[in-house]
Design a protein around this ligand. Structure first.
Ligand code: C2E
Ligand code: CA
Ligand code: CA
Ligand code: CA
Length: 268
């Protein structure tokens, strides 16, 4: 009816318009965020199980916006991809992670997430070389985490870039393993240094056991992600994962808290 139509107009349209306006504000703010220095990296420990020691940290981006607070990556990375901002944000992440890691004690590694678009752009190798050169971080201390979606639409150039990265000594990890359609196929296409079992499998003994065995036979390190309980930690160790990461060890922390965490792990 006409009445219903009018009610719909009054009820729905302002909500839709508000959502559209909020999206526009988000895009506007995101375009300015890099120049305003609003991004920062949090770091989560990666623990070596057999050697019982801290091995390195994964860098996880946060957006500290004056009005929105601390925005998690799932809220803005997809938008940054759509807006074509991900390559420049990715270059900032690479530089920042290398610059912070080079100051850490010991030979701890830093793992950086790489968006599929960074590989598609074909500029990743140059960006990595520049980050290593300008910060002085040794190539073997940098790990790049890529998901299999980066490999799916490949014309050969992705594998070429990954090979060039390994020539720099940089390590390459396959992230979120088991969540895609062709994870095993991807393992045959490139000599990954590490596979990270997606956290949705933290409780799945059969999957953890199988992937750990696969890693052992292929000579690939296997990280269990999303380890939240002592029972999960015991299980992933027992089943042969080489590394673990998760809230049980620590949540991601601001860069300033990393030295304290390093001390805590060293003192046991
Ligand atoms: P990811 O690479 O799979 O990172 C792991 C995510 O799991 C992180 O969420 C981390 O905080 C969370 N996590 C770690 N341990 C646990 C646990 O024990 N339990 C649970 N429930 N969660 C845990 P975060 O920081 O919100 O990042 C989400 C995703 O955003 C990342 O998933 C990654 O895909 C993306 N991302 C983060 N930083 C960057 C970046 O610098 N560049 C790009 N392109 N993507 C990034
Ligand atoms: Ca990751
Ligand atoms: Ca992951
Ligand atoms: Ca993920």
């Amino acid at each position: 009816s006409k009445e219903g139509g009018r009610r719909r107009y009054h009820f729905f349209e302002p909500a839709l318009q508000e959502a559209a306006e909020e999206r526009q504000r988000l895009e506007f703010d995101l375009r300015a965020a890099l120049a305003l220095g609003e991004f920062e990296l949090f770091y989560q420990p990666q623990f070596h199980l057999a050697e019982n020691r801290l091995y390195g940290f994964e860098a996880l981006i946060r957006w500290r916006h004056p009005g929105r607070g601390l925005v998690p990556p799932d809220r803005f990375i997809p938008v940054a991809e759509e807006l074509g901002l991900i390559t420049s944000i990715g270059e900032w992440v690479l530089h920042q992670a290398c610059a912070e890691a080079v100051r850490w004690e010991g030979e701890l590694s830093v793992a950086v997430n790489v968006a599929p678009a960074q590989l598609a752009a074909g500029t990743l190798v140059a960006a990595v070389r520049k980050a290593l050169d300008t910060t002085g971080l040794a190539g073997p201390r940098l790990e790049l985490e890529i998901t299999e979606s980066a490999l799916l639409a490949d014309d050969g150039s992705t594998i070429e870039q990954l090979t060039a990265l390994k020539a720099l000594g940089v390590k390459v990890s396959l992230d979120d393993f088991g969540t895609g359609y062709s994870s095993l196929t991807q393992l045959r296409r490139f000599a990954f240094d590490k596979v990270k079992i997606d956290r949705s499998f933290a409780d799945d003994t059969a999957v953890v056991r199988t992937v750990a065995a696969l890693g052992a036979s292929l000579g690939i390190r296997i990280t269990a992600e999303g380890v939240e309980t002592a029972a999960q930690m015991r299980r992933v160790h027992q089943e042969g994962c080489t590394e673990a990461q998760g809230y049980l060890l620590s949540r991601p922390v601001p860069a300033g808290e990393v030295p304290g965490l390093i001390d805590r792990f060293r003192d046991g």
